[in-house]
Ligand binder design. Sequence first.
Ligand code: NAD
Ligand code: 0WE
Length: 265
Amino acid sequence: MTTRLLEEKRGVVLGVANDRSIAWGCAQACAHHGAELAFGYPNDAMKKRVEELAQTMPGAPVLLCDVTKDDDISAFFAKLKEHWGSIDFVVHSIAFAHRDDLKNPFLQTPRDHFALAMDVSAYSLVAVAREAAPLMTNGGSIVTMTYYGAEKVIPNYNVMGVAKAALEACTRYLAYDLGPQSIRINAISAGPIRTLSASAISDLRIMLDVAEKTAPLRRNVTQTEVGNAALYLLSDLASGVTGEVHHVDCGYNTLGLSAYEPSGE
Ligand code: NAD
Ligand code: 0WE
């Protein structure tokens, strides 16, 4: 590799669960381009998994960061300030909704489930950006992950679609607030990918099959391809790019998805 797009840069990756995570695709692309990385994990159950993967990147700190907890987020960035002094980028690759809410009619979404999905999947970007920004003393770049269900109805995506619409709007408003500090923030709208979260979705097979048949590239996107798009947005190549949703989906959003009906209905 001759180009080292992130040489001398230090960044945070939130959302690694295993080697199929989109966050891990981003981490690998960044590491290949010379970045030094730190990882966050939400609980003890995830700690070992993240540590095992991070071991392949010598010296990478692995620290607790449940994004529903303000104290976790501030302690996470306080430790990084001590360790590094400053940071250059953040990858936010986190979402959660109750499983039932991705199956039952959206109409039935309980108030507290709606709030949880919004908290983990949208507000957390605001909370993370607020704590990360003071460490981005030379400017910075933040990337988050969204999905087409923010723009159009994807059957069963439900409350996650609403949360992703909020996440995309948060990206624009944060870009406006952070722009004066030369901090950019962008979202990548990825096509369907078989990850830990996605494999819990009963219609994922259908989403993957439909995309493969009808997207202009006639295939599905990979974690590596999403990681490479994140690499560009995190690097100085994208120095004039902020507040945008970038589709990395093989042209998935050109589908006539209104013709799609979930499993046999
Ligand atoms: P994944 O399961 O590998 O990653 C989701 C991560 O969220 C996990 O690492 C999990 O630990 C983390 N997380 C959940 N709650 C958390 C909390 N409270 N604090 C900290 N971390 C928490 O699945 P993925 O598919 O790689 O998902 C990553 C992102 O990509 C999500 O935002 C998802 O919506 C988005 N996305 C996924 C697809 C897809 O088809 N897989 C497509 C488009 C966008
Ligand atoms: O953002 C996502 C999935 C996010 C997700 C997945 C789960 C499953 C396990 C959030 N919370 C949970 N909670 C759980 O308990 N994607 C973009 C993948 C996805 O999800 C769908 C899709 C696709 C694609 C749901 C319905 C239809 C298509």
